[in-house]
Design a protein around this ligand. Structure first.
Ligand code: UDP
Length: 372
């Protein structure tokens, strides 16, 4: 039996493609080297709580088509992300908004906040921001940069802020309103029952083989299908022949605590440079409606997140989309273009700091060209 498509990787990109291929009458085989589907959005229940095993994932989008698409496979709760920043014990609201500015400077009106930012921006003498540090100071001033951005960013990326691209910080909204909603998104939530169920629904009726490492037996797998959709790391596909692309990896220390409520919020970011973790996730608060006094769930599960430079054998999480890696990626991209029977997609296949909704949009776009 020869399949029309072999999909390598059962994460979001692979699952969307597989679903669409199956729906349009193609034969599909999905393989994944992990023992489970769902890639890095994988969730598993611990003590009755859906734990985001590879880091917190909050679905948010302005794309109605994508929102309707995912709602076919899961019902979403009404979770709204409002992380708290902890800077050496001082707590601030995120994203940067009037609550943050009030706590930082005592200002009470948007006009005062804007004047304070403008004053700090002028003092820094930045005309055209050239890196993340300059971009951050231009957006929110030096105080917020020093207390809420610098330490966190340097821990997360392992590089000084003046050597990081400014687009990373533009992900965060800055608002002169009292609004702690982290995302500027029309639609937001978390699938009730977890992301793994959502992806399982996408893959319903499709053959999936787990614990199978494509790159270990590439020829064997390639012989099984007309075409391959590859969602692993693009440099790994070419056996790193042009050199390593840089990624950040993340390690999680999970703890089950005998208390109903550890930090009162799903995400607390530790924005000082000294605390070794970047953030602590308390998973039960993603499941909107859980009771804080512990009547329904006396325990809680937390994950401390530690960021590190990726090395062979680690899981890659974040592509380091700076100039140097951008150039190397372009060279890999040229090699990829010559692989006429292989489609490269997803965060690792395209070496791009994609959010979930963008991954789905990109997979759906590709399906349109490929399957129609
Ligand atoms: N960031 C920050 N302080 C925070 C949260 C985020 O400086 O408390 C910056 C940091 O540079 C980070 C970027 O904003 O890399 C993007 O953060 P986001 O929360 O979008 O990252 P993700 O959830 O994808 O890890």
């Amino acid at each position: 039996m020869k399949y029309d498509y072999l999909v390598v990787g059962a994460g979001l990109y692979g699952a969307v493609f597989a679903h669409e291929a199956e729906r349009t009458g193609k034969s599909v085989l999905v393989i994944d080297k992990r023992p489970n589907i769902a890639g890095n959005v994988y969730t598993e229940p611990v003590e009755g709580i859906q734990v985001h095993k590879y880091g917190a994932h909050i679905f948010h989008t302005n794309n109605r088509k994508v929102w309707e698409y995912v709602n076919q496979f899961a019902e979403f709760n009404r979770f709204t992300n409002s992380p708290v920043a902890n800077y050496n014990g001082e707590l601030y609201s995120l994203p940067f908004n009037m609550y943050t500015f009030n706590k930082m400077w005592g200002v009470t009106t948007p006009e005062e906040a804007a004047a304070k930012i403008e004053e700090q921006r002028k003092d820094a003498g930045i005309v055209e921001p050239k890196n993340l540090e300059e971009q951050a100071i231009s957006l929110v001033g030096r105080d917020i940069y020093e207390k809420l951005i610098k330490g966190y960013t340097e821990k997360q990326w392992g590089r000084p802020c003046n050597q990081l691209p400014s687009f990373i910080i533009k992900r965060l909204p800055v608002r002169l309103t009292f609004d702690n909603n982290y995302f500027n998104a029309l639609f937001q939530g978390i699938p009730i029952g977890g992301y793994t169920n959502m992806v399982a629904n996408m893959l319903e009726g499709i053959e999936v083989r787990l614990n199978e490492d494509y790159l270990n037996a590439k020829d064997k797998w390639d012989a099984l299908a007309e075409k391959v959709v590859y969602t692993g790391a693009i440099d790994a596909y070419f056996d790193y022949s042009l050199g390593y692309l840089e990624y950040r990896s993340v390690r999680f220390e999970n703890e089950i605590l005998d208390m109903p409520n550890f930090q009162g919020n799903a995400a607390v970011n530790y924005t000082d440079a000294e605390t070794p973790w970047t953030r602590i996730i308390e998973h039960k608060w993603f499941e909107f409606g859980k009771d804080a006094n512990g009547d329904d769930l006396p325990k809680t599960v937390i994950s401390k997140e530690y960021s590190s430079e990726w090395k062979p054998g680690d899981e890659p999480y974040y592509p380091v989309n700076d100039e140097k890696n951008g150039k190397l990626y372009e060279d890999y991209r040229k090699l990829a273009d010559k692989e006429s029977n292989v489609i490269f997609g997803g965060r690792l296949g395209e070496y791009k700091y994609y959010d979930m909704d963008a991954v789905i949009a990109s997979a759906l776009d590709m399906c349109e060209g490929e399957l129609n």
